[in-house]
Structure formats: C-alpha cells, structure tokens
Design a protein around this ligand. Structure first.
Ligand code: GCU
Length: 427
C-alpha cells in the first residue's frame, strides 16, 4: 500500500511528461478530418468567386476572430502620424531612410509605434516594399547608426545586449543577418519594419500593456476577444494606412512577411486586411500555417500554455481538442485568396511541422481554384532547397534550422518579381 502511495504520483508525473512530449513521428499523426472550405455554415455549396467572397470568406474570418486570434482592437482607436524623420543619404547614399512615429489614441490615452522604412534612392517612382515585424527593435535589423533605439520593453537577451528589458547601443545590427537590406534595395524594393513590442510586449499580463493598455474598459467588456497576435497584426494595418499616404511607396505592391510568431501575425493581418498584395509565412508553425489537427511538433495545448497571451481566451478551450476547432489553418491561407501566398519551412524545424505547413497550403487550393488559378496539388513535400510554385502559391523547405536566411529572402524577391512585375521596372 505504502509503496503504491509513493509510486502513483510518480507514475502520473511520468505519464504527464510523456503526454507533453511533442510527436515527431509521422506515423503517430492522428487521423483527422478538416473542416470543409467550400460548404457554408448553412450547408450551401460554394461554387464561385462571389460565393466565396460574399458568403464563405466572412464566415471563416469571423471564426478565426471568435475562436483563435481575437478581434482587432482598432475600430475604436484613432491613429495619427506624430513624427516623420527622413534621411536622404542613408546607407552610403544608396537609400532614403524614414522613421515614422504613429500614435494610437483612445480617450486621452496613447501608445506609439515607430515604422522604419528604407527605399532605394535610385527609384523616382513609388516603390514596392517588403514589410514585416521584427523581434528586438528596429535598430537590430541593420548597423545603420541613424536608426532610433527603441525605449519600449524588449525581452531580455544578453547576447543581444538587452538588459533589464531595455535595448542598448550594443544591440544595434544584431539581427542584421535576418534582414538583407542592401540586397532588397538592389532588387528594386523598399523595406519597412516595426518592432512588435511597440504594439504588444510579448509577455502575459492579461492585456494591460501595448495598444491593449489604452483600451482598458474595452478589455473588460471584450475580454474574450483580445490577443497579442491581433495587436501585432493591427499595427501592420495601421502602417498600411500610412503607406497609402506616402508618395514614395507603392502601396498596391506591399509584400507582407513574418518569421515564426511574427509569421502567424503576418498571416492573420493578411487575412484581415486585403490591401496586402502578397503574404509570406516563414516558419510560422502552430497557429500559423501548420495544420493544428496533425498535432505534430508544437500543439495547441503547448502553445497556449507557454504563450497564453498570443491567442484569444477561447482558443484555450481547444487544448487537446483540435478536432473540435471550427477552423484549421488551411482556412487561414484560403482567406488570402486570390492574392499570392508563400509558405516556407526549414528542414530541422520539426517543432513548426514543415509537412503540416505544406499540406495546409495544398488544402487551401480549392479556394484558389475558384479564382481560376493553378494550385499545388502534390501531397509529397518538394526536395529540400527546391521551390515548388504553381499559380498564386509558393512553397519551399530549406535545409537548416528555424530561421529566416538570405536564401529564403532570395526566393521571396523572385516570387514578388513574378507576381508584382518588378523586373520590368528595374533600371
Ligand atoms: C516558440 C513557439 C513557436 C514560435 C516561436 C518563435 O518556439 O513555440 O510557436 O513560432 O517560438 O516565434 O520564435
């Protein structure tokens, strides 16, 4: 008896640890059935583009808002551009650098974000841009000494010279390997980025900080509807409002991209805001491009337990109950139709489930077919480091770990050239 008393908790602990282990074995992926993309909630078959746009798309968007990402906190917030800083001789004279501060205002409370923009100086026309959030502050994407250092909360990372949650001069340029600015400019594109912590610092405080913080009353009323990912995505849309006013930016050709958790935010922003011309997910994984029902690598439970503030509260009801989710992530990719979409994985990034990211794209195909596009149909992953493109869809799986590399960027630049016609503009 005594021995049982001692062993039982140990056994439960052991079983619990086993349950928490991620599945990395394809043969252990459970059988699942995905929610039907092309049947409306009322049972109507979705036959063409207008059925999709008028009936099914709004239904699916609402489900992602209600059950996964929460709503945008923006409809009640005013925004205003409060500072425009322009340097015309940046990066040894090849670039124009702009730093735009945008204020969010609600009932006297304010929050602000800073948009860093580089444009190729040689281009007299409005320039198409790549646009995405960054992890550690705008000043970490390039060594350029003119970039303001964020004074917002930054996650501690001693390698990056971030101490006591504040960035220091030592962190300038320390994420430059993820942002090949000169290459992007040479290829005829501009680049814009925002530090994601401007919008919502990445820790769980029940939505008191960032742009949620200025909406306290709203938070109480709409608690279910808040999430970090929605705050990050909302910032992308507000920046888009600004791009529409900037004569140097071709706002019809903005390619939105994001890596990892910021890839999740890019997909959600691209779904909510159809002004983004191309949407690119780099290693976005669980809650991004990867199908939740496969439970391979990171699961809904694991992501909700480690990052309770990323998704809305209702998403937590689906811990270990992925099959009950009214959506799966192929539907998020379908919301991007008919715009070009690129999903990229990395071979060693099993946590993000490369195969689940790929299959999700394949399952978004029927929506793209409604618009008359060829799609990716092959259920087998392409060879590593070979891209597979068809119609509006692009995919590659790169060798190596979870990251965004110059090689990844080269594929995105080529993809944008094909879909936005940039090549013809180059001098
Ligand atoms: C963690 C998390 C992932 C996320 C990643 C990142 O690994 O589990 O879901 O994509 O962080 O953003 O770097």
């Amino acid at each position: 008896m005594k021995i049982l008393k001692i062993l039982t908790p140990a056994l439960f602990f052991f079983l619990g640890t086993l349950a928490a282990q991620p599945i990395y074995d394809e043969s252990k992926v459970p059988a699942y059935e995905l929610p039907d993309l092309l049947t409306s909630d009322g049972g109507q078959s979705i036959e063409d583009q207008s059925d999709w746009m008028d009936i099914r798309r709004p239904e699916i968007l609402q489900k992602f808002s209600d059950f996964v990402y929460g709503s945008y906190p923006l409809n009640i917030v005013q925004t205003e551009v409060s500072r425009v800083d322009v340097a015309t001789e940046a990066l040894d004279g090849v670039a124009i650098r702009k730093q735009i501060t945008i204020h969010f205002v609600h009932e006297g409370d304010t929050a602000d974000m800073s948009v860093l923009i580089y444009l190729p100086k040689a281009d007299p026309n409005p320039t198409p841009i790549f646009f995405g959030l960054n992890f550690y502050g705008n000043h970490t994407i390039h060594v350029d000494s003119g970039i303001d250092i964020t004074d917002h909360y930054v996650r501690n990372n001693n390698d990056l010279h971030i101490f006591n949650n504040r960035a220091t001069e030592g962190s300038r340029g320390l994420r430059a390997h993820r942002w090949p600015v000169e290459l992007i400019l040479e290829r005829g594109y501009g680049l814009a980025t925002i530090y994601y912590g401007d919008l919502d610092p990445d820790y769980d405080d029940n939505f008191e900080n960032g742009i949620h913080g200025i909406l306290v009353d709203q938070r109480r009323r709409h608690e279910l509807a808040f999430s970090g990912i929605s705050a990050w995505a909302a910032g992308l849309s507000v920046a888009m409002d600004y791009f529409e006013t900037d004569q140097d930016i071709d706002h019809d050709r903005v390619s939105l991209l994001g890596h990892s958790r910021l890839g999740k935010a890019a997909l959600w922003a691209g779904a909510m805001d159809q002004r983004f011309a191309i949407v690119i997910s780099n290693n976005s994984g669980c809650g991004g491009a990867a199908l939740s029902r496969r439970k391979y690598g990171e699961t809904v439970r694991q992501i909700n337990e480690r990052f309770p503030h990323w998704f809305c509260k209702r998403f937590h009801n689906f811990n270990d109950k992925e099959n009950e989710l009214p959506v799966d992530q192929h539907m998020l990719l379908a919301l991007l139709a008919p715009r070009p979409v690129y999903v990229a994985s990395a071979e060693d990034d099993r946590w993000a489930d490369p195969r689940g990211e790929y299959i999700s794209l394949v399952h978004a195909g029927p929506t793209y077919e409604l618009f008359g596009f060829d799609v990716i149909e092959n259920h087998e992953l392409p060879a590593t480091n070979e891209r597979r493109w068809s119609g509006q869809m692009g995919y590659h799986i790169r060798s190596g770990p979870h990251d965004i590399t110059t090689w990844d960027w080269e594929q995105y630049l080529d993809f944008a050239d094909v879909h936005l016609g940039q090549r013809e503009l180059k001098r």
